[in-house]
Ligand binder design. Structure first.
Ligand SMILES: [Zn+2]
Length: 465
């Protein structure tokens, strides 16, 4: 009988790895890195409970590192199978995975230099070379058409509306001539948002594995444009700068799109906008190439110019250009990664701007437990950056309107697209409170049984009777 084992994103929002075993073969759905607090990050160093050499295939839902960032390590540890993804996800991985490897290498060098590692010679989790090797194993599969992987497995990708290329995956497992359909939601996006299309309704399934990131929260219903216009006008009037920690992929492009709109409508003053992340620059180029993937409004706007380009727009690639931004004393907007301020260039912008009460930090995405972003959102008075305690005097503004994840009612709306109740539903990719709140919501709304998946839990996938 086929089984499903939750090797990550169970009890947490990161480290997505769902192992399906059938007919003696092993298929892994997503291969994400654990991110966030130290306890979670240390899990990346634990050997998997199964030998990676025994995994035959991997299917990727989308390119975010918490869904793909463990691939190079899996290769180092012996994985020799094929990785399947659609072409946008493959191209985005081409930007994100080497960048993730560079961060691992820099962290190891930093630890060696500072001497704070327990290890004599701290090693990176993986190297840029290993990330390149992982990319070489990705084979592109079509969007929307079913793809036969083996006699046991076939997969079909459907749009999830979360980031460019993001998909939910319908996996059909055939054993003894009987099919069992498992739908993995991946990360479910938002409805009625600019740029991306709405998530497609889930196809009929026997087993549903659904994310629950915002299972206990709604996103505010008011317009993100109003909030953004108000903040930018207010902060610039008092001479402050606005720092927005943003994931290079998704959030950055959405913010740029909104800034451009506000400028077009003269709702904000024209300020210099710095996108300080080499990766965001590359991703934005890719958005141009995949224009046809986006919603009709964005396609039309892209015909008439560049909807992601503000009036005084600066893209910074080099570290030297990035440092120059620190010298600016006039109002400006700085978008920089990482989105949860766990690393990257945004750290030196925060170190520079946090101690001044004229400035503002806008938190536009999910802030996981144990991250600097979360500490800021929860009102920390100081923030530890590069070994120093930086006083937090700047205004901290969490703006949940910009989330790329479905809020609670959007998740329920998405699941409501199923005509028949799945026989089993497992909730993954959520902190414990979020997952149990969604579980209660599902029981109440649909009268389905739903279980919160536990880390390393293995369940049987029963075929239809
Ligand atoms: Zn994601």
């Amino acid at each position: 009988m086929a089984t499903l084992t939750f090797l990550g994103a169970a009890g947490s929002v990161t480290g997505s790895k769902h192992l399906v075993e059938a007919g003696g073969k092993k298929l892994l759905m997503d291969c994400g890195l654990f991110q966030g607090g130290k306890e979670l990050r240390l899990r990346n160093w634990d050997p998997l409970p199964i030998d990676p050499a025994t995994i035959d295939w991997i299917v990727l839902s989308h390119a975010h590192i918490d869904h793909t960032g463990y691939l190079p390590r899996l290769l180092r540890d012996g994985f020799r199978g094929t990785i399947y993804a659609n072409s946008a996800t493959r191209d985005l991985c081409g930007i994100l995975l080497p960048d993730s490897a560079r961060i691992q290498e820099e962290d190891a060098e930093h630890a060696a230099y500072k001497g704070f590692s327990k290890h004599e010679n701290p090693q990176p989790l993986y190297t840029v070379e290993e990330a390149q090797a992982a990319l070489g194993r990705i084979q592109v599969i079509p969007d929307t058409a079913a793809f036969r992987i083996s006699s046991q497995f076939s997969a079909r990708l459907l749009g999830a509306g979360h980031i460019l290329g993001s998909s939910m995956i319908e996996l059909t497992i055939t054993e003894n001539g009987k099919p069992t359909v498992v739908v993995f939601s991946g990360d479910v996006g938002r409805y009625d948002q600019p740029i991306l299309r709405d998530p497609e309704p889930p196809p009929r399934c026997d087993v549903l594995v659904c994310e629950s990131t915002y299972g206990d929260r709604e996103h505010p219903g008011d317009s993100p444009l109003d909030a953004l216009a108000e903040i930018i006008t207010r902060v610039s009037k008092r001479g402050g700068a606005i720092v927005m920690p943003a994931f290079a992929l998704g959030r950055t492009q959405l913010l740029m799109y909104y800034l451009r709109q506000l400028e077009n409508w003269d709702r904000i003053p024209t300020l210099p906008v710095y996108v300080d992340s080499p990766m965001a620059v590359s991703v934005t180029d890719l958005y141009q190439r995949y224009k046809k993937e986006f919603d009709v409004d964005f396609q039309r706007e892209a015909q008439n110019g560049d909807p992601l380009n503000c009036r005084e727009f600066h893209l910074t690639r080099s570290a030297e250009e990035s440092k120059q931004i620190n010298k600016l004393n006039a109002p400006c907007i700085i978008l920089s990664a990482s989105g949860m301020a766990t690393g990257g260039r945004v750290l030196h912008h925060l170190a520079r701007r946090l101690p001044d009460s004229r400035n503002a930090v806008l938190l536009a995405g999910f802030q996981a437990e144990g991250t600097r972003g979360r500490s800021l959102a929860e009102g920390a008075k100081t923030l530890r950056i590069h070994g120093e305690d930086v006083p937090v005097k700047a205004e901290i503004i969490p703006l949940h309107q910009f989330s790329g994840h479905a809020g609670r009612s959007e998740l329920l709306r998405w699941m409501g697209g199923l005509a028949d109740a799945p026989r089993q539903t497992y909730l993954v990719h959520g902190e414990p409170e979020a997952a149990s709140a969604l579980q209660a919501g599902i029981r109440e709304r649909f009268k389905w049984r739903a279980d919160v998946a536990a880390y390393r839990q293995k369940v049987k996938l029963t075929p239809q009777g």
